[in-house]
Design a protein around this ligand. Structure first.
Ligand code: BGC
Ligand code: BGC
Length: 757
């Protein structure tokens, strides 16, 4: 792999030079004199410190993971970190969210010492995971998780959510967001599926880049203003592809797939101007990525031409020794990571990295010029953020729009647009607003289930942090109906057995709304051993179905949980993902028909745990045991999602049926909405290469658009068919479009297209 990547880089760089079209990079190639002057004055110790990132716990009163409440800076510890170790960055909260005032106080102290007491007076850059809103700032606007945002297929909506998140993060004095996750979710078992934009690389690239534009604002050549933050594309590369789906376990990804599936979102993000990147904590093809020069230098720097800051993930230098066992001690681990290409180490709980790095330079094993490269990138990001000159934290009054009605309204709209109606075969939905409902299941009355992980705490499990002014599903249903609503969890993870008492509560109900799913979790705590809906929930569902009342199944989940045994027996099935603070209201509006749902699945929803077949599978994957073509039989397909009433796409046409090399043509269609409500319709355009030198996929997404269609009307739209999107990564690792026949697909309509060069 190492040599192959190196070879292909050689070929690609020649091709690139010949074409003279170097991709846009995030840092201008001209040197910045001010930064060079700073580096010239810095000592070795100051440079190693700049490359060090510590956890907030290290400078607060109390023990690590055990701080004194309310969390506050311990000035002696802070001075030790900044004056003795010259630390360049701090991250995280001490385990839970703080009000804005507390953040400003904490970061204000850090910046004050950094910018007035240190010799170089260089402020720190403060990093935080604000993945669905500024989730570690109390009272901030909470959006649906990225997987739900993906279900909107709406890049403007994702960009605006990013802008609001940046504003509310900066309002608390933080300037660096460890988001977006650009990992393509090809392993449904993975605990971080909800943090991604789903299974398709084009969706991940498009929406990931939209989020970056929202976070960073208009970043082309300009500085980032005080209302935006630096984005961090993560986790480079191949993190989501682990074999077993368990977090941080080995991935075996052939280079052709690495380039076809996992790389495009990062390539696009670099072109968009993402300022920073975080490295994959796992291993790919036997090499931990933190020690993989082919990925971190040859691919990221030389080929993608990324010039921003590369930070490790949490404790990942240490993990080269402790978990991956490729380094016998920490000094060796430090050597490996720096030589591979990292700029900053998220140590984060001690100064071991700093000390070892200094020794390695003194011993002559790492050149000081290597440190200069990383320090340059770090200072460049700080300069771009405007904190080099003006690190002063704002006051609360400077951000009047924090959690404003306008911001909350956007979270409401994204939640509404994400809700995905999977099944409504008997037209039970929408419900009349005077029916009696029994609302039950572990997600029926839980804000934590709606919000998921990274909500006020890392795992997001403690209801103590819930905003009680927001509505759970049951509360929201009550708000919108004159019927009687009875709620009971029935079962929870802690109480997996339901009582007869619960079942008695159903007696008056006309309809049962059953809200199931997996609780909030992420990373290793979110590992699961089976994709099936947990037994206790499945048994409960079957008991409720046996009552012979219509059951509306609402899925509130981190990832697609298998519901084969009940899916068709339920009157309707809704995928809510983890829709955030406004998810309860959004569901109520969909259930009662106040909103016409248009969300679409951003992944294939499997029917069997042994059949995890991607939407863009190969032709051979469709064979069934009778040699028919029923072998691909997911519960619901990628892109599936229903609306109420007659809503759909007709009159599909291609502007031409022949395409020349480099030519871009278009497909057009008419979208009809015969319902009483407007819809924001998603058009998904797929292509199939009929015959190709690398076995072609049965279909691949090549473009998508959102189109507003008012009630009872028709709208014509056109969508580009870009020549380059007809291609694939060939055996030589280069993107290629091969001549021959293609089929372009829009909904159920297929059109032939010929490429004859
Ligand atoms: C990090 C985890 C870490 C935890 C400790 C989280 O923000 O993502 O990796 O273990 O904090 O509190
Ligand atoms: C996670 C990252 C996160 C970091 C900081 C790690 O455990 O993998 O995604 O940004 O912690 O909290």
């Amino acid at each position: 792999m190492q040599s192959k990547i190196a070879n292909s880089i050689f070929v690609i760089s020649l091709a690139v030079l010949a074409a003279c079209t170097l991709p846009k990079s995030s840092v201008p190639s001209t040197r910045d004199a001010e930064i060079d002057a700073l580096i010239n004055q810095m000592t070795l110790e100051e440079k190693a410190g700049q490359m060090t990132q510590i956890n907030l716990d290290v400078v607060c009163e109390g023990g690590i993971y055990n701080l004194v409440e309310p969390h506050h800076i311990d000035e002696a510890k802070l001075r030790n970190a900044l004056l003795k170790y010259h630390v360049g960055s701090v991250l995280n909260c001490g385990g839970h969210a703080y009000p804005r005032e507390q953040w400003l106080n904490i970061i204000g102290k850090i910046q004050q010492v950094a910018s007035t007491e240190t010799r170089m007076k260089i402020p720190v850059i403060y990093g935080i995971d604000a993945i669905h809103g500024a989730n570690y700032v109390m009272g901030s606007t909470l959006f649906p998780q990225p997987i739900a945002q993906a279900a909107t297929f709406n890049k403007e909506a994702v960009k605006e959510a990013g802008r609001i998140t940046a504003y509310e993060t900066r309002a608390a004095g933080m300037d660096w967001n460890f988001s977006p996750v650009l990992d393509v979710a090809r392993q449904p078992l993975w605990s971080r599926v909800f943090e991604t934009y789903g299974e398709d690389q084009l969706v991940c690239a498009t929406l990931g880049s939209a989020a970056i534009e929202g976070y960073q604002g208009n970043n082309t050549g300009n500085d980032i203003d005080k209302q935006h933050v630096a984005a961090c594309m993560k986790h480079f590369l191949g993190y989501s592809g682990s074999r077993t789906g368990k977090d941080r376990t080995p991935a075996y990804i052939p280079e052709i797939m690495l380039r076809e599936i996992y790389l495009p979102p990062f390539k696009r993000a670099v072109e968009t101007g993402a300022l920073t990147v975080m490295i994959n904590s796992g291993e790919v093809n036997g090499i931990p990525v933190h020690a993989n020069k082919a990925i971190l230098t040859d691919l990221l720097r030389n080929e993608l031409r990324f010039e921003g800051l590369a930070v490790t993930d949490w404790e990942d230098v240490m993990k080269l020794r402790d978990n991956h066992k490729v380094a016998s001690d920490l000094k060796e681990a430090t050597y490996m990571a720096v030589e591979a290409g990292i700029d900053m180490c998220m140590v984060p709980n001690d100064f071991s990295f700093t000390e070892h790095l200094i020794s390695l330079v003194k011993e002559g094993r790492i050149k000081e010029s290597r440190l200069n490269e990383s320090v340059y990138r770090i200072l460049w990001v700080k300069k771009k953020l405007g904190i080099l000159k003006n690190p002063l934290v704002p006051s609360v009054q400077d951000f009047p729009d924090f959690a404003s009605e306008k911001h909350q309204q956007h979270a409401r709209e994204v939640a509404l647009e994400s809700i995905t109606l999977l099944n409504n075969s008997s037209y039970t939905l929408p419900l009349k607003r005077d029916l009696n409902l029994f609302v039950t299941g572990p997600a029926s009355n839980s804000m934590t289930m709606l919000n998921g992980a990274w909500t006020r705490t890392w795992q997001g499990v403690d209801p103590k942090w819930d905003d009680t002014t927001k509505f759970t599903i049951a509360e929201a249903l009550k708000k919108y109906t004159s019927g009687n609503v009875v709620q009971s969890d029935g079962v929870t993870a802690e109480k997996p057995f339901f009582s007869d008492l619960d079942l008695k509560k159903t007696s008056e109900a006309d309809v049962v709304v059953l809200c199931v799913g997996d609780g909030p979790s992420t990373e290793i705590p979110g590992n699961i051993s089976s994709l099936e809906l947990p037994d206790y929930q499945m048994n409960y569902a079957k008991t409720l179905l046996a009552l012979n009342k219509p059951v509306i199944l609402v899925l509130v989940s981190n990832r697609p949980l298998i519901v084969r045994d009940i899916a068709d027996k339920c009157a309707a099935v809704i995928q809510a993902y983890q829709p955030g603070d406004y998810g309860g209201e959004a569901l109520a509006k969909v259930i009662f028909g106040l909103h016409n749902p248009t969300g679409r699945l951003p992944y294939t929803y499997p029917r069997y745990s042994g059949e995890l077949i991607w939407y863009d599978h190969k032709n051979t994957e469709t064979f069934d045991t009778n040699f028919g073509h029923k072998g691909f039989n997911p519960q619901w397909e990628f892109g599936h999602g229903l609306s109420y009433g007659k809503v759909g796409c007709t009159n599909v046409k291609l502007s031409k049926n022949k395409i020349a090399k480099g030519e871009n043509i278009s497909a057009s269609c008419e979208i009809t909405n015969e319902s009483d409500l407007p819809v924001n319709y998603t058009v998904l355009l797929f292509a199939r290469d009929e015959v190709a030198s690398i076995t072609p996929s049965v279909k691949k997404l090549i473009a998508f658009e959102k189109v507003n269609v008012p009630a009872h009307s028709k709208v014509n739209t056109s969508i580009p068919v870009l020549f380059e999107k007809l291609g694939f990564v060939g055996a030589d690792m280069q993107h290629t479009v091969e001549p021959g026949m293609f089929t372009i697909m829009l909904e159920n309509q297929e059109m032939p297209l010929e490429y004859a060069p």
